[in-house]
Design a protein around this ligand. Structure first.
Ligand code: GLA
Length: 354
């Protein structure tokens, strides 16, 4: 069913935004540190029109779910909460008329590839076009982050929304999440990206995430800095009590890995940094699960793979690998065959298998 069939009219405008995969710099953004994501081919498209009654109506094609609600809320559940959150952010500044919103997306949900940021950024882009809002792409990312915090209840950083709003396919977005200064960088020479979903959905991600964030803030307070970004020597973490010591050590070493990677290292070195990142996320940050460790290890020990790690918040979801150019599809299929033989339901996400 398309927009016309659901709402009985043609859409007035539409907008699209991609998901993202993060190559390095995990759990650093809410510590005001450095990240290195890129856009993925999967994206979310939002079509918008004006509603003929006084309610908002949202429809998700993938879920075949329609939600109608008063303009004042209450906040709905699921996909509609993100759309509603974005509209509420705008209506804090100016009146928003009742809208029909049609959502369609190829970004997998719950894989750590930022389906929520893609939905938020696409919604803001659509609202910008429909209501002629004066918003640039950075402001859209900032509003989208606030929508996520206030309406989805995750105390997230700004990486996902900045990546969805500003990153390009095939290029890395090196972002300083404190200043929002950024640089577009090429992938290491002769490489491409492989993304595999572990088939294990994220569990307890929101509570585990908010807890990690609180631990980092406690660690920063004890070290006397405003954010862990201000510490570059991992030795500094050694004075902290557990688990703050290991949490801080992850963040400090992860920032250092991003800064080394963007100095223009070889594919081999970039891959080593990704492998070290996974070990740190597993042992110090404790956001991996055994399926991710299994999949990452299979990738790391496969030829033509320079490095591999879990990507996104962790607690399940996807892995990213840096692979010799031209080999990602073959490597992905071979590794998946072995991995799924162990009873998992992994699937190839990038490159898209046709
Ligand atoms: C989620 C959050 C991001 C970031 C990552 C972990 O994707 O939305 O802000 O913190 O986890 O790096």
């Amino acid at each position: 069913m398309d927009f016309q069939q659901i709402f009985g009219a043609e859409p007035t405008t539409q907008a699209t935004a991609p998901g993202r995969v993060n190559l390095l710099g995990e759990h650093t953004d809410y510590n005001e540190g450095f990240v290195l994501p890129t856009a993925i081919p999967q994206s979310t498209t939002v079509q918008l029109g004006f509603s003929s009654d006084d309610q908002h109506h949202f429809y998700s094609q993938e879920l075949d779910e329609k939600v109608s609600l008063a303009r004042t809320g209450p906040t709905p559940q699921g996909f509609a909460s993100y759309v509603f959150g974005c509209i509420q952010m705008v209506s804090a500044e100016q009146p928003v008329p009742p809208l029909n919103v049609y959502v369609t997306s190829s970004v997998p949900i719950g894989s750590g590839l930022s389906s929520s940021a893609a939905l938020e950024v696409a919604t803001f882009r659509g609202l910008r076009a429909l209501l002629e809002l004066k918003l640039d792409d950075v402001q859209i990312a900032q509003l989208a982050q606030q929508a996520e915090i206030q309406y989805a209840g995750v105390e997230c950083g700004i990486m996902d929304q900045m990546a969805s709003s500003l990153a390009d396919l095939g290029q890395l977005l090196f972002l300083d999440t404190r200043t929002l200064e950024r640089q577009v960088l090429p992938l290491p020479p002769e490489t491409e990206i492989l993304v595999i979903d572990s088939g294990v959905p994220r569990k307890l991600a929101a509570s585990g995430y908010n807890q990690r964030r609180a631990e980092c803030e406690a660690a920063a307070r004890q070290l006397g800095v405003s954010a862990l970004r201000d510490v570059s020597d991992p030795q500094a973490a050694e004075s902290l009590p557990e688990p703050l010591r290991r949490r801080a050590r992850h963040v400090i070493t992860e920032d250092n890995r991003v800064l080394e990677a963007v100095r223009g290292v070889s594919a081999q070195r970039f891959g080593e940094l990704m492998n070290a990142s996974h070990a740190s996320l597993r042992d110090d940050y404790e956001v991996s699960v055994s399926a991710l460790d299994t999949l990452v290890e299979m990738l790391q020990t496969t030829s033509d793979v320079f490095g591999a790690r879990l990507t996104g918040a962790g607690f399940g979801g996807a892995c990213v690998a840096l692979v010799r150019a031209g080999q990602a599809l073959a490597v992905g299929q071979a590794v998946l065959e072995r991995y799924n033989r162990q009873g998992y339901a992994g699937r190839l996400l990038v490159p898209e298998a046709h």
